[in-house]
Write a protein that binds this ligand. Structure first.
Ligand code: KMH
Ligand code: ZN
Length: 304
């Protein structure tokens, strides 16, 4: 496929409103950003739920449903719901979205790990915070253990099979590819496999070209290049654009968005659709146009 599948990760569970005024967290803001990103070329919208009153990450399933409905009313983009959730959510909180809302695509995080995104909390003084919950949350997200045991990965995959939800495998390190290979051998994974390489989380693999080619060599050896497709996340700026550009060159796909990076250029905060527009511009230089949602549905064999 010469087209590029662009995913927009609108909000996540780590970025806090104090870091950027552009972080969407009300239902209306999430739907508006989803529509703008889809217009700009994103075929997949990756969703976490946030409390509309204060932006705090939420595992409230009714709220998740309202967000999904609002997005579906405004765009035909494929929705990929998180099952990674956020700090403090249990695996059973996280997986509930699958049986409840039966998405086309949902993340499946492929191993337990130390997880740290950025020391953002240290940049703010107490009076800077827009909402009181943010400080503790940021401190918590500097150093926590992200639990994804074999038993819970299996459970997530079984739940996804029941609802014909396709997994997007979040691969934060080489060992996660071996964990996935184990799940393939257990008969829990259908082809084509959809990999999302998450690069630049402290606790996982670094966001470098060397590390990306190592991931690709390993995936080729384990699964065969004809059996999987891949996309990349570079956490932070400029890693988001560096790794996505590498993916454009190497035949992969790209995820951008405020979940992973808040800057559109050095020191300039960006809106979600501006991040999408930037990667679309870079893709054009490599003769790669954005895939449409229906092209993605066919390509990844989604239920639609
Ligand atoms: N937050 C990212 C580092 C998920 O939502 O399940 C990876 C992610 C995982 O998006
Ligand atoms: Zn996510």
């Amino acid at each position: 496929m010469n087209k590029v599948i662009i995913t927009a990760a609108l909000t996540g569970a780590v970025t806090v409103p104090t870091q950027t005024p552009y972080l969407p967290y009300t239902i209306e803001q999430l739907a508006e950003d989803a529509e703008q990103c889809a217009r700009a070329g994103a075929a997949i919208i990756h969703i976490h739920a946030r409390n509309p009153a204060n932006g705090a990450p939420s595992s409230d399933m009714e709220l998740f449903g309202e967000i999904l409905q609002a997005i579906k009313a405004r765009t035909d983009a494929v929705i990929c719901t998180t099952t990674g959730g956020g700090v403090g959510m249990t695996p059973s909180d996280r997986v509930r979205v699958v049986p409840m809302w039966q998405p086309e695509l949902a993340t499946c995080n492929m191993g337990s790990m130390n997880f740290s995104v950025h020391p953002a909390a240290r940049r703010f003084s107490d009076s800077d915070y827009k909402f009181p919950w943010e400080k503790q949350w940021l401190l918590g997200s500097e150093d926590f253990i992200f639990p994804n045991t074999f038993a819970s990965i299996k459970h997530f995959l079984i739940e996804m099979k029941k609802t014909n939800t396709r997994p997007e495998f979040e691969i934060y390190d080489v060992g996660h590819l071996y964990n996935l290979d184990f799940m393939v051998r257990e008969g829990l994974v259908e082809k084509p496999i959809w990999l999302q390489f998450v690069m630049g989380v402290l606790g996982g693999i670094r966001a470098t070209l060397y590390d990306l080619t190592h991931l690709l060599d390993t995936a080729n050896r384990l699964f065969g290049p004809e059996n999987y497709h891949w996309s990349v996340i570079g956490v932070g700026y400029p890693q988001q654009f560096h790794m996505c550009t590498a993916a454009l060159m190497l035949g992969g796909h790209a995820r951008v968005g405020l979940e992973d990076n808040i800057f559109v250029s050095r020191g300039k905060l960006g809106r979600n659709h501006e991040l999408v527009e930037k990667i679309v511009r870079i893709a054009a230089e490599f003769d790669r146009e954005p895939a449409t949602p229906d092209e993605v549905r066919a390509f990844l064999n989604l239920k639609g």
